[in-house]
Design a protein around this ligand. Structure first.
Ligand SMILES: Cc1cc2nc3c(=O)[nH]c(=O)nc-3n(C[C@H](O)[C@H](O)[C@H](O)COP(=O)(O)OP(=O)(O)OC[C@H]3O[C@@H](n4cnc5c(N)ncnc54)[C@H](O)[C@@H]3O)c2cc1C
Length: 420
């Protein structure tokens, strides 16, 4: 019987994680002539890319550098070098050169011209092949050691991969079925890194009031929201909100959710106030009702509410304001009229908690930017170790910013590991 273990596979650079960050890191290192291997735990690469943008993949945004960085809040500056190395135009060129056109939609969101995430993954697979990057699939990295400048990666199969440099690009810890279950944080910890607590970002929010469920599926357009807790206030732009069976979602809620999650940490009640008529004052809304009363006073309160509100909101308004909707509008009392106007300007629900991390579109927290050199994406703690993508504590609002972050940090990590 041959009891000899197979010799470990050796490469100059091992990239852990076949998402956008890891794939781009491997491609860039290979372009610079390095012997690089890409390790992916799934049987295919880019699983999360497949579900991005509801299957259409909002791969970047056409915003300029300053606006881009601002979307990442206080960690935006950290990404400057990565964006300089490989920004949105470079990414769009990359796809165009590989035969996939792109188009810019509202708010600068960029999509593949055929609206298919699968086409994005196909281009990435093609580029890996053209650059001769070996991709090891079904290869989950379970352990990592760093000994005298050489990394040893232990795979779940028992096999070992040796590499002089390692790029950790294992993503966050949400939508685990896509492969990103948070392994990278523990691998980094094994090497001596700390990570910031993981929290859901871009996540729908639960409300205490059950009437949200009565409006399930209703999208409010051109509205504004404000989240408030103990004198702190987060105000949105004008946009869209969606009612769900558990509470609220939609772009306005998702984009502010990371800040709301931080407010909820204070354990004090957090309220969302929805302004259904951001262009009007409460007085102007009241005047409109008065005009209606003057012009067609015999219509029912129900008819008036239907004209002013989406149908699904009518019974909720009636219940909250205790209105008898069968009454004529010229029977409305001044207090009832002002109640309607007031509720249209501030429709309040209580936020109890976010959906769990698993159901968040991005993970907040992770490897702190202070432990990573922004010029290289290299670890400040372990020489030869690099980070790329969502594993880094730098996430943004929706709009294509997070995928660009992954591609940019991946590119810079791959280039730095190759040149070091
Ligand atoms: C539903 C949804 C929709 C989204 N839509 C958009 C959008 O339209 N635009 C946008 O900009 N962003 C979007 N995002 C966010 C975006 O998908 C992520 O920010 C991005 O995929 C992060 O890239 P990454 O390469 O860092 O990580 P991931 O894409 O998560 O890739 C990490 C990879 O590492 C692998 N891996 C993990 N652990 C191991 C291990 N131990 N060994 C080997 N491999 C491992 C995983 O299997 C995975 O393939 C969306 C996210 C979700 C969940």
């Amino acid at each position: 019987m041959n009891t000899k273990r197979p010799a470990p596979d050796f490469h100059e650079i091992a990239v852990v994680g076949g998402g956008p960050a890891g794939i781009m890191a491997a491609i860039r290192a290979a372009q610079l002539g390095k012997d690089v291997v890409l390790l992916e735990r799934n049987s295919s690469i880019g699983r999360k890319i497949m579900i991005t943008g509801k299957g259409r993949c909002n791969l970047t945004n056409s915003a300029d550098m300053d606006e881009f960085m601002s979307k990442f809040g206080k960690n935006g500056q950290f990404l400057r070098s990565a964006f300089y190395a490989f920004f949105n135009e470079d990414l769009m060129d990359f796809f165009r050169k590989n035969g996939l056109g792109v188009k810019v939609e509202r708010q600068g969101r960029v999509f593949p011209s055929d609206d298919r995430s699968a086409s994005v993954v196909k281009v990435l697979e093609k580029s890996l092949k053209e650059n001769n990057v070996p991709v090891m699939l079904d290869a989950r990295v379970m352990g990592i050691l760093n000994d005298s400048g050489m990394f040893s990666l232990k795979l779940d199969s028992g096999a070992e991969v040796l590499a002089k440099k390692v790029i950790l690009a294992t993503g966050g810890a949400s939508y685990k079925a896509t492969g990103s279950s948070g392994d990278g944080f523990h691998l980094a910890k094994l090497l001596g890194h700390k990570f910031n607590p993981l929290r859901p970002g871009l996540v729908p929010l639960k409300t205490r009031e059950k009437f949200a469920a009565e409006m399930m599926g209703l999208t409010l357009k051109n509205i504004k929201v404000a989240f408030e807790s103990e004198g702190k206030k987060i105000v949105s732009e004008v946009g869209e909100l969606l009612f769900t069976h558990f509470g609220v979602s939609g772009p306005l809620v998702l984009d502010l959710s990371a800040q709301v999650v931080a407010l909820l940490d204070g354990k004090k009640p957090v309220y969302i106030s929805i302004d259904l008529k951001p262009g009007l004052t409460a007085e102007q809304v009241d005047n409109r009702i008065l005009r209606d009363i003057g012009e067609h006073g015999s219509i029912s309160i129900k008819t008036l509410l239907k004209e002013m509100l989406p149908v699904k909101m009518v019974p909720v308004f009636a219940k909250l304001l205790k209105l008898d909707t069968a009454k004529r509008i010229n029977q409305l009392t001044a207090a009832e009229r002002r109640g309607i106007a007031g509720l249209m300007k501030s429709f309040v629900l209580t936020i109890t908690e976010p959906l769990p991390l698993e159901e968040a579109m991005v993970t907040c927290g992770g490897i702190p930017v202070k432990d990573i050199d922004p010029r290289t994406m290299g670890s400040r703690i372990v020489p030869g170790l690099y980070f790329a993508g969502e594993i880094i504590d730098a996430s943004a609002a929706s709009g294509g910013y997070n995928l660009q972050q992954a591609f940019s940090t991946g590119y810079l990590a791959g280039e730095s590991a190759a040149n070091a």
